[in-house]
Write a protein that binds this ligand. Structure first.
Ligand code: CUA
Length: 319
């Protein structure tokens, strides 16, 4: 018992620090901050109305309880009360106007993408494509990444979010960096963030998109600006091809076939000759076969080569 209490005492501060998952995560981008402000503002009314209703409920139950009145005898019937009727009409109207006004005041700061940071840093543009079941990022210099988006700190990042025509709707959402935005086949939507602090911000596809929706995680790794610049320059070059290949294996193949190719919702592929036969691999990844969708349709030659290079170097062992 004492042990349990000690354990609870040790865990409580940690749980409170992370607010136990009940409140929104701490915002790390100006748009996310404005969303949190709106949430707090609306919550004030929600809590006040909840308390008012519950207090009245308990008061009325107590005050107008049956006491010695006969079971089927009606209580006093009251008709019309101008003051009360005015109050319950006007109060909600005023509250709704306040909430609406506050939201419209905050909205431009949430939706509009800044063209540069306060210190004059040019913004970065990244194309985000949601596919079953991975996120693909394309940078202006042609560099590609899967599932983990790297971004520089202190720089506004504009995201063009879309999905291929033959895919389904996904939803991009990194709670600490802003609201949800749908990735819709054939349509391009936009959102943005500007993170001040380096770190890893986790998110999740927020639109049910198929069997592996729950594993369609996304994260943004914010790096100091100079570290980001060197990552971006390196990612585009030959040397890091295997790194991209590993991201592709983990993000695109392994979610269905298992991290070691041991199988999952899709068959075991460890030891399959296709993995080490560049032509056969490219054919099946680009065009799909049977139940397997064309997960790599539209991939560049470099992306294809990256997967081939990775699988040649570290073929999945099956266990
Ligand atoms: Cu993509 Cu859920």
């Amino acid at each position: 018992m004492a042990g349990l209490l000690l354990l609870a005492a040790a865990l409580a501060p940690a749980a409170l620090a992370g607010n136990g998952g009940f409140a929104p995560v701490s915002p790390e981008s100006p748009n996310a901050e404005r969303i949190r402000d709106t949430w707090v503002f609306v919550s004030i009314f929600i809590v006040a109305i909840f308390v008012l209703v519950e207090v009245l409920l308990v008061t009325f139950i107590w005050r107008y309880r049956r006491q010695r009145r006969e079971r089927f005898e009606d209580g006093p019937q009251i008709h019309g009360s101008t003051n009360v009727e005015l109050m319950w009409t006007l109060a909600p109207v005023v509250i709704l106007f306040l909430i609406g006004g506050f939201v419209f005041y905050k909205l431009p700061g949430i939706a509009d993408v800044p063209s540069a940071s306060a210190s004059g840093e040019e913004r970065l543009e990244v194309r985000v494509t949601g596919r079953q079941f991975y996120w693909q990022y394309e940078y202006p210099n042609g560099a590609v990444a899967i599932d983990t988006l790297r971004a520089p700190a202190g720089v506004p990042v504009r995201l063009e979010v879309t999905a291929p025509d033959e895919d389904v709707i996904h939803s991009w959402w990194i709670p600490a960096l802003g609201g949800k935005i749908d990735a819709i086949p054939g349509v391009t939507t936009e959102t943005w963030f500007e993170a001040q602090r380096p770190g890893i911000y986790e998110g999740q596809c927020a639109e049910l998109c198929g069997l592996e929706h729950a594993r369609m995680l996304a994260s943004v790794e914010v790096l100091p600006a100079n570290e980001f610049a060197s990552w971006l320059a390196k990612r585009e070059s030959e040397q890091t091809r295997v790194e991209l290949g590993e991201e592709e294996w983990q993000g695109v193949c392994a979610k269905c076939h298992g991290l070691s190719g041991e199988g999952g919702i899709a068959p075991r592929i460890a030891g399959s000759p296709v993995l080490t036969d560049p032509q056969a691999l490219e054919e099946i990844v680009r065009n799909g076969r049977g139940e397997m969708p064309a997960v790599g349709s539209g991939w560049s030659e470099e992306q294809m080569d990256a997967l081939i290079a990775y699988l040649r170097e570290s073929p999945p062992s099956g266990s």
